[in-house]
Design a protein. Structure first.
Length: 78
């Protein structure tokens, strides 16, 4: 799923940590960051809020139920 904004980053990352499956952010270079890692969360936030070139990012979840858990915190680009 592609996202254009994370409305509530703190709550979003709390929800990510509660997901039983993997939650990954795919960078523009194709790298996958494990968003359950605090270091990767920091990198993701830094990149998304400081790099004005980023217009959207891709989020990949391994468990479909995790998408529903994260949906309230996302603005989805459809």
């Amino acid at each position: 799923m592609k996202i254009t904004n994370i409305a509530e980053p703190r709550l979003f990352f709390a929800a990510v940590n509660a997901c039983p499956g993997r939650v990954e952010l795919v960078t523009q270079e194709g790298d996958r960051l494990n968003l359950k890692s605090t270091l990767c969360q920091y990198i993701a936030l830094t990149q998304m809020f400081q790099d004005e070139r980023i217009t959207c990012v891709e989020l990949v979840v391994s468990n479909p139920a995790d998408f529903e858990r994260l949906r309230p915190y996302l603005v989805i680009d459809e």
